[in-house]
Ligand binder design. Structure first.
Ligand SMILES: [Zn+2]
Length: 243
């Protein structure tokens, strides 16, 4: 249900500072994969060990992600600024598709809380090959800055907690409730529609404007308390009107 890869293609090809981005991104991804599998989630692992250039690497990662069946693409990176800094700089999560903005914000907050990093939050980016090329909703996690002594110390100290926070947030996103259907495939398809926030918003507006259900459902949606089964029920009511 989720495809995850560490950024870049071999140690030294990403940011290098007090720690090596590629080495650490691979450690984080391995840890997250283990935790998600323990939770019973289906995850695909992509790792590039063969590319010779940044362009080749991006093509490799995008193609490998797009070959998998999943509802979310995740790329793990570490950030960099020039020089070495003694202040904490923090974590941020990049996204392009507005549907995963709340997930990006939750991931950034969860990582920041786990390690005591400043929470730089969800950042929309239209210029990143990974976010532009992957066909499902995607997030790119920048765990912390490799050239902040405080970030790196906190990262090392809280490695397990950070990976646990990322795993729990991803698991909650793809599996917010138990499967209410007898078919995992049906669950996957309905769940994907439910995660498409603009789709749900439009559907609710239609139902309310046709007087089929109360504005209360729009409030629930805004408060993030609309459940998958609520969503299914409202879809049935909309269908009834058409017949
Ligand atoms: Zn990177």
């Amino acid at each position: 249900m989720i495809t995850i890869s560490p950024g870049h293609w071999k140690p030294g090809t990403g940011a290098v500072g007090l720690i090596d981005e590629v080495t650490e991104a691979r450690r984080v991804v391995d840890q997250i994969l283990g935790k998600l599998r323990e939770m019973g989630l289906r995850v695909h692992h992509v790792q590039d060990n063969t590319s010779k250039s940044q362009a080749e690497n991006l093509r490799y990662l995008i193609n490998a992600h797009n070959k998998t069946t999943r509802m979310l693409d995740v790329s793990v990176h570490f950030n960099a600024v020039s020089g070495t800094h003694t202040r904490a700089i923090g974590t941020e999560v990049l996204y392009k598709n507005a549907a995963v903005q709340p997930l990006a914000a939750r991931l950034s907050k969860a990582i920041a809380n786990a390690a005591g990093f400043p929470d730089r939050g969800a950042k929309k980016r239209n210029d990143l090959a990974f976010l532009n090329g992957t066909e499902e909703a995607a997030v790119l996690i920048e765990v912390c800055f490799v050239n902040s002594t405080v970030d790196v110390a906190r990262y090392k100290q809280h490695f397990e907690t950070i990976c646990g926070a990322i795993s729990a947030t991803l698991a909650q996103h793809v599996r917010p409730a138990v499967n209410p259907f007898s078919s995992p495939a049906l669950y996957g398809r309905v769940e994907k529609l439910f995660q498409n926030k603009s789709y749900v918003k439009t559907l609710l507006e239609r139902g309310v404007s046709q007087g089929l259900f109360s504005v209360l459902w729009q409030e629930k949606f805004k408060n993030d308390t609309l459940s998958l089964t609520d969503f299914c029920g409202l879809c049935v009511l909309l269908q009834e009107e058409r017949e």
